[in-house]
Design a protein around this ligand. Structure first.
Ligand SMILES: Nc1ncnc2c1ncn2[C@@H]1O[C@H](COP(=O)(O)OP(=O)(O)OP(=O)(O)O)[C@@H](O)[C@H]1O
Length: 342
């Protein structure tokens, strides 16, 4: 086990840059206005802020549902950073808060407290027009149910064209839209399905067409909710391969949300959600040994939230009978956690 660290604070560097700039301005005989200083302070704040360069930033996200006077805390201060270009999965058991988080990230719901932004869009403060643009252009979706992804009376090609037509405009007009739809169907190995309707496609072809639809307007990120939930394992493997290709070839960030922990074998980073918080992460990387042999190494990390809390995974605590408290010992380069034997 190891823990993740937060991005290094860049305040010192920014301070030095400010001082240099101020000295240069003085040397040129100029004056530094209050507005200049305020703008620099704001830039410095943004540069050193939590997840300032991440594509998706969830900071202490809370969502409370109130029904008939009963409150359910679906998200309890969830922190999450996703970098641009990642292929990652969010995994959690039923009731852990996955759908609640997904609804917020896709602009369908707003959190009760905390902050969330995707590609610089503040999800708590979007007017109706911005929200519509966000859902059309910034994010793409692939849902578990095909009926939610594809219109049954349109061909695969027409389904991919539709989001571009709804958005309207764009360089090159209809001809450019048609060729983008063909290009996406090609990337997803669906050229042979171009003129077929969803009912004439296999389950895997339908979900790959759904990925092409999600990519039509060139979104920054595609969210996929249990995209392989209705597929057998070999078809599911093809769909994961399609996500990897899209991520590699188009650089689109992909976030897969699922209850199935085996998804960790299909993506580079898996973040586990438990009780409305991010709990741990699995990172996979390829290592090459001295004989040139490649092997995939997966390591599990516990996440430390913004308040400094660390959740220990149940598979670690249960065998040792760890319950209310643990004994901590700080060593030179690590921390030891012992069961409370007092
Ligand atoms: N509209 C709602 N009103 C009241 N409680 C809700 C509502 N939606 C979700 N919840 C509750 O919030 C918690 C998290 O639910 P959520 O649907 O986000 O979990 P999930 O991980 O997506 O589960 P599943 O995989 O079963 O869909 C659960 O306790 C759920 O009962």
């Amino acid at each position: 086990m190891a823990h993740t660290t937060e991005p290094a604070d860049t305040t010192d560097t920014a301070d030095t840059a400010d001082a240099t700039e101020t000295a240069e301005t003085a040397a040129r005989g100029g004056t530094v206005s209050l507005a200049d200083l305020e703008a620099r302070a704001a830039a410095r704040g943004a540069a050193s802020g939590y997840g300032h360069d991440a594509l998706i930033v969830c900071d202490r996200l809370v969502r409370v549902y109130s029904t008939d006077g009963i409150e359910v805390q679906a998200l309890q201060g969830l922190d999450l950073l996703v970098e641009r270009g990642e292929l990652m999965a969010l995994v959690g058991a039923s009731g852990s808060g996955k759908s609640t988080l997904l609804n917020i990230l896709t602009g369908l719901d707003v959190p009760t407290a905390g902050s969330a932004s995707v590609a610089g869009c503040d999800l708590l403060n979007m007017d109706a027009a911005t929200r519509l643009r966000y859902r059309r252009e910034i994010v793409g979706f692939v849902w578990q149910q095909t009926a939610r992804n594809l219109l049954p009376f349109l061909t695969a090609h027409q389904n991919v064209m539709l989001p571009m037509q709804l958005r309207g405009g764009g360089p090159g007009g209809r001809r450019a839209r048609k060729s983008r739809a063909d290009e996406l169907l090609d990337i997803l190995d669906l050229a042979h399905c171009r003129d077929l309707r969803p009912a004439q496609l296999s389950g895997g072809e339908q979900q790959r067409t759904a990925i092409a639809v999600a990519l039509a307007n060139g979104p920054d990120v595609v969210f996929a909710d249990e995209p392989t939930g209705e597929l057998d394992s070999s078809t599911a493997e093809q769909v994961f391969a399609a996500f990897r290709r899209v991520n590699d070839e188009l650089g689109t960030t992909v976030v897969i949300v699922t209850h199935d922990a085996t998804v960790a074998e299909e993506v580079r980073r898996t973040v586990a959600i438990r009780d409305g918080r991010t709990a741990s992460e699995v990172l996979r990387r390829t290592e090459v040994d001295e004989h040139g042999r490649e092997s995939v190494v997966a390591q599990e990390y516990a996440t430390i939230d913004r308040a400094g809390r660390l959740q220990l995974p149940r598979d670690f605590t249960e065998p040792l009978g760890i319950k209310e408290r643990v004994l901590l010992e700080l060593e030179e380069d690590h921390i030891q956690i012992h069961p409370d034997r007092a």
